[in-house]
Write a protein that binds this ligand. Structure first.
Ligand SMILES: C[S@@+](CC[C@H](N)C(=O)[O-])C[C@H]1O[C@@H](n2cnc3c(N)ncnc32)[C@H](O)[C@@H]1O
Length: 270
């Protein structure tokens, strides 16, 4: 880990405890902020998220994920639900800037009731990063029921939670502490809503367990994580072959030669 100058560490809230009123510290241990951005983005793109897809980021906080998803997705494809508007504002101010917001037109909604139908939109991907790790059971049930209404047939809902030996039984959101559930119980909560739950291995700095939630008919089609890297490589190889094919076309070849000659002439003139 690189050590940052003291002022920069302070600005990034690295000295603060989780839950402090700072846009980074409020959402988790602030020294893990960048890693958790990267892990969310890598997981979703590995699972097939592409720029034309729609993404619902539940409890998007200060845009720890959004600071990568918003520039990546096409305009109007990123939707964030977050009760604390100040987190969104500070995330934009400190991480993104308003130009990218004008260009990419993300849509935000301040809400605690998991009412996702307000967007009049169905989603290819849904993300609940560090949401079920603080949510009570009735909140998880509500979230799953509402998410099901807006999931496309091929949607992947990516969530994580604290895997424990017992199930949290309170009814309130717990923060900065967390709730915990067994994997069996989390699977039961998902299947009770008529959805399927697939646990996956993906790293997380505080050990949250990742699950994928899909419509039952889609569960067999979830891209296996260990196979998606070769799939991406195959995609890249196809593009490379296409490029080589284009470069071999006589007109393109002639253009490349002329371009090279022009550059040589220009450099001789200098
Ligand atoms: C631990 S933070 C995670 C934020 C974000 N997903 C991330 O990875 O940085 C939990 C977030 O959920 C938000 N939250 C709390 N209750 C919520 C609810 N009922 N619906 C949606 N978000 C909620 C909090 O304000 C906070 O921003």
């Amino acid at each position: 880990m690189t050590l940052l100058p003291h002022e920069e560490e302070e600005k990034l809230g690295k000295h603060l405890t989780p839950g402090s009123r700072h846009y980074r510290a409020f959402v988790s241990p602030p020294d893990k902020y960048d890693l958790v951005s990267a892990l969310q983005f890598c997981l979703l793109t590995t699972l097939g998220l592409r720029e034309e897809h729609t993404l619902l980021d539940i409890g998007c906080g200060s845009l720890r994920g959004g600071r990568l998803f918003i520039p990546y997705l096409l305009s109007g494809r990123y939707f964030g639900v977050e009760p604390e508007q100040w987190l969104i504002d500070d995330g934009i101010k400190n991480e993104l800037g308003t130009d990218i917001i004008d260009i990419k037109q993300p849509i935000f909604y301040n809400d605690r009731s998991f009412s996702f139908s307000v967007f009049n939109q169905t989603f290819d991907f849904i993300l609940a990063q560090s949401i079920f790790s603080h949510a009570a059971q009735p909140q998880i049930e509500q979230c799953l029921a509402e998410a099901k209404k807006v999931m496309k047939a091929t949607a992947i809902f990516v969530a994580n939670f604290v895997e424990g030996k017992f199930n949290h039984s309170g009814n309130d959101w717990i923060y900065p502490g967390s709730t915990a559930y067994t994997l069996d119980h989390m699977t039961h909560l998902v299947t009770a809503q008529g959805l399927s739950c697939k646990p996956i291995y993906w790293p997380h700095p505080v050990g949250l367990r990742w699950i994928l939630i899909v419509h039952p008919e889609y569960v067999e089609h979830i891209p296996p994580l260990h196979k998606t890297f070769p799939a991406m490589r195959a995609e890249l190889d196809t593009y490379k072959q296409r490029l080589a094919h284009i470069e071999n076309h006589p007109y393109v070849k002639a253009g490349l030669v002329i371009n090279k000659l022009l550059r040589r002439i220009k450099s001789l003139k200098r």
